[in-house]
Design a protein around this ligand. Structure first.
Ligand SMILES: NC(=O)c1ccc[n+]([C@@H]2O[C@H](COP(=O)([O-])OP(=O)(O)OC[C@H]3O[C@@H](n4cnc5c(N)ncnc54)[C@H](OP(=O)(O)O)[C@@H]3O)[C@@H](O)[C@H]2O)c1
Length: 347
């Protein structure tokens, strides 16, 4: 069997904001990979995740590239791995058979050759949800939202919670988990449409468009007259500084990501460290993979909330491998509401 695989690659390392011209669509022949002794599984990709952290993998150098295996540097011209959902086309392993639906480490392309040891799990057909949920809300976005909020922020009912990039994949879930716990929740986002979405569709108590604010510290003071207890940070930079200035004593800041700093290192946050000391604020970074021990708990609660209509998950799905570069670039321009996914092929 001969299979041609169309995939997305970077032409060279990207050290600033990504542009269409940084990417190319390449074609490779996969026929030589179908050797029975290879222990490989060939997947037809169906849905692939589009995530901000990939930009750090595309840089010529970033400290993140040596942190965990998922964050290693991407080589120009080569396939780019990503979380996704697909169907087994060929299997040389006894635990997978042709036709199985799987979720795992796939690629920004039409097919993935999954080597032994790489993340690959069969999907539970009894979970009657759209396949895309396995990329977003049941994948690393959902796990980061749940684990980052409950395990790192240690929230209590009634506490005041601030979420940045609140209309995004992780942010809109964090705000809803916080509301379900009984917190007061405010989100920041980059347009009026997103502000309306947060207040009207996913039930945030309040939201503001950070692009329209001249002074972020005052904006947060206006929204949190009694201060912030928990800040779930997706953006870093000036917003982190403003949030720290508005934190209450013993406040907790979970650093999920710092997207405003990924493409512009000059925006790096410099919070007032005296605030951290005198208000005894705890700031902790985390990676979604840290929460695998609570995955079962996360999944059962999230499934229950979705089934009961208490949690909404919003997705923004583009079509075709060719749309991957613009879908990715759009994350840095605020184009998406909810989880950004590319549908590579029909089921
Ligand atoms: N720790 C982990 O394990 C983990 C896992 C996944 C993601 N993350 C991180 O979590 C954050 C959110 O990721 P996501 O997948 O949920 O993405 P997302 O929020 O769905 O998409 C990115 C959003 O960030 C906002 N944004 C872009 N540039 C910005 C800037 N300069 N300043 C402020 N906001 C900006 C945009 O919304 P606006 O219109 O509101 O600007 C955009 O829609 C990222 O920092 C990501 O790296 C961490």
């Amino acid at each position: 069997m001969e299979v041609k695989n169309k995939y997305v690659a970077i032409k060279a390392n990207i050290n600033g904001a990504p542009e269409e011209s940084d990417f190319e669509i390449k074609v490779e022949n996969l026929s030589h990979m179908f050797e029975p002794e290879s222990k490989e599984v060939v997947i037809k990709n169906l849905l692939v995740s589009i995530d901000p952290y990939q930009i750090n993998r595309m840089k010529s150098q970033s400290s993140s590239q040596t942190s965990i295996s998922y964050a290693t540097a991407i080589t120009p011209g080569e396939v780019i791995d990503t979380y996704g959902v697909g169907r087994v086309l060929v299997s040389h392993r006894p635990d997978f058979k042709k036709g199985d639906l799987v979720a795992g480490l796939l690629t920004w392309g039409e097919y993935t050759v999954v080597k032994e040891g790489s993340l690959l799990n069969k999907l539970d057909p009894s979970l009657a949800f759209p396949l895309s949920y396995h990329v977003g809300v049941f994948g690393f976005s959902g796990l980061a939202a749940y684990g980052g909020f409950f395990e790192v922020c240690k929230p209590k009912p009634g506490e005041k919670v601030f979420v940045s990039a609140a209309s995004g994949s992780i942010g809109h879930l964090v705000g809803q988990y916080a509301k379900l716990l009984g917190c007061y929740v405010v989100g920041s986002a980059g347009s009026q449409e997103k502000v309306n979405f947060l207040k009207e569709t996913v039930g945030f108590d309040d939201a503001f468009n950070y692009k329209q604010e001249t002074d972020l510290k005052s904006a947060l003071k206006r929204c949190f007259t009694q201060g912030i207890d928990v800040y779930f940070d997706n953006v870093g930079g000036k917003m982190l500084e403003a949030a720290v200035a508005n934190m209450n004593s013993f406040g907790r800041v979970a650093i999920c990501g710092v997207i405003s700093e990924y493409t512009n290192a000059s925006t790096r946050a410099a919070p007032d460290m005296k605030d951290i000391v005198y208000k005894r604020i705890r700031i902790q970074g985390f990676l979604a993979a840290d929460f695998m021990p609570v995955y079962a708990d996360f999944l059962s609660k999230t499934v229950e909330y979705l089934q009961d209509g208490k949690l909404k998950t919003i997705e923004d799905i583009s079509q075709g491998v060719e749309s991957i570069p613009s879908a990715f670039i759009g994350l840095f321009n605020g184009d998406n509401i909810g989880k950004k996914i590319v549908k590579v092929a029909d089921e």
